[in-house]
Design a protein around this ligand. Sequence first.
Ligand SMILES: N[C@@H](CCC(=O)N[C@@H](CS)C(=O)NCC(=O)O)C(=O)O
Length: 213
Amino acid sequence: MSDAIVPCIVGRSSSHFTRLVRVFALELGVACAFEPVFDLTSLNRADYAGNPALKLPVLKLGDSIVLGAENICRKLAEMAPAPSCIVWPENMRDVNASNAQELVWHAMQAQVQLGLGTQIAGLPAGSIYFVKAATSLRNALEWLNDRAPSIIAALPPHDISVLEASLFCLVEHLAFRATINLEPYGRLNAFTRKFDMRASAQATPYRFDTPAT
Ligand SMILES: N[C@@H](CCC(=O)N[C@@H](CS)C(=O)NCC(=O)O)C(=O)O
């Protein structure tokens, strides 16, 4: 019997950063266990698989942990049973493509700020702190709606790219949490409908994890 370590993704089925790494694991054929985190208000790092930043996702590999969605995707690529052609952020030479990735990361983080601040902490959505975050999120979406499809079309041939997977997880998450009206972003919606046909997307729908009773 093999003593091989089974990698375990610690995160939430309702989290876009977690979905990104789950999509990558499936695309790359790396079988992972999944451990949900139920309470994002916990201040105990043990509840986040030891992440001092109290953030998700975390990849547990036996006694070691990998922090940060992009780092986890890279580790999964190293562990994959067969090589895949992956477009990493540093493989995108065009400045527009790098800007697109930056805006996707920004929008994902703004979504966390809005969710944690207004929905979990119950702070007033009218505060300039959240109004600015929401405005910058809309600005980023408008920029991405205008440019992302042609940026993606110009990527070199690949099996998966961080840009597409993260953009998909972002836009789907906005729909899931009903944070923003997505109607004005028709091109982004068309992109997500196409990406959603992948088995990795179908296998990782957003949902709220509930503790077993
Ligand atoms: N830079 C981190 C960001 C991860 C992140 O913000 N995750 C959210 C869940 S989607 C989180 O941990 N939220 C809890 C908090 O911000 O306190 C990564 O790439 O993994």
